[in-house]
Design a protein around this ligand. Structure first.
Ligand SMILES: [Fe+2]
Ligand SMILES: [Fe+2]
Length: 270
């Protein structure tokens, strides 16, 4: 199963790039996952942004700390395509994991929030353990939405060999550590975002710089200009990723580029 994971789709520029670029490469993949916590103007997910992302070819949407920012998400959250962070307190609407059957193979998509420099939440380690106790998960994909690289690394290493892949989100900056861990889990600390490149992680630079320089509040607006499409490709054989690569495409260029491409033929986990 060939899977594409698209990092945090940011605002209208990010959505537009997904709509224009994903259909051009969609046939290379069997299943497409995208983090859409910033899809609606940078804050959360609304009906129009969700439908445009699905229409472009995304099969499953994950969220993050901005999950509840747009109230319209409450009318969408029970859609079987949406997975929100599992470790919200019990009683939160929606689901933290969803399984999909794709051409006779199975993938379970999960989403967790970190707790370092983030709002306090339930223990993500215990939340993933709870999911892994279930049967018939197939390949487990984890979107770990967290700020601290150390927390992301420790989460990935703790579950190495028990999950197919862990790709981090939230920082909006792709990391160059694409690799297989020793027991076979595919890992990258952060996928980067899909949104305006000349920006403060998606927001306009003038207001962001003013805030840093003065400490005064300033309204954030989604930045303009060409967007970057940041994603990770994962080729699965059964529950093991046998190839992974970072994929990026800058709006206006003729084609995307692959970096950090890694192949592995053996699963050392079993
Ligand atoms: Fe984000
Ligand atoms: Fe986030």
């Amino acid at each position: 199963m060939k899977v594409l994971f698209i990092g945090d789709i940011f605002g209208k520029p990010g959505r537009n790039l997904v709509s224009s670029h994903l259909p051009a490469i969609r046939s290379r993949f069997d299943f497409v996952i995208a983090n859409a916590e910033n899809a609606a103007g940078g804050f959360g997910l609304n009906k129009d942004s969700f439908s445009s992302i699905v229409k472009a070819g995304v099969d499953c949407v994950t969220l993050g700390n901005h999950a509840w920012d747009n109230r319209e998400v409450l009318s969408l959250i029970d859609d079987p395509k949406i997975v929100r962070p599992k470790n919200y307190p019990s009683g939160a609407p929606g689901r933290g994991a969803a399984s999909f059957d794709v051409n006779g193979e199975r993938i379970t998509v999960t989403n967790f929030l970190g707790r370092i420099f983030m709002n306090p939440l339930d223990d993500p380690f215990a939340a993933l353990e709870e999911i892994l106790e279930q049967d018939n998960l197939g390949a487990v994909f984890v979107d770990f939405h967290a700020e601290a690289t150390s927390e992301k690394a420790c989460f990935a290493w703790h579950f190495d060999g028990r999950i197919a892949a862990l790709i981090g989100t939230h920082t909006h900056v792709p990391t160059a550590d694409t690799r297989f861990l020793t027991r076979g889990t595919a890992f990258q600390t952060d996928s980067g975002m899909t949104g305006p490149q000349d920006s403060s992680i998606g927001m306009g630079l003038d207001a962001a710089i003013y805030k840093f320089r003065t400490g005064l509040p300033q309204k954030n607006e989604v930045a303009q200009g060409p967007s970057i499409f940041n994603a990770v490709e994962l080729d699965l054989t059964g529950n093991l990723v046998t190839r992974m690569a970072r994929y990026s495409f800058l709006e206006g260029q003729e084609s995307g580029k692959l970096e950090g491409e890694i192949f592995q033929g053996v699963n050392d986990a079993k």
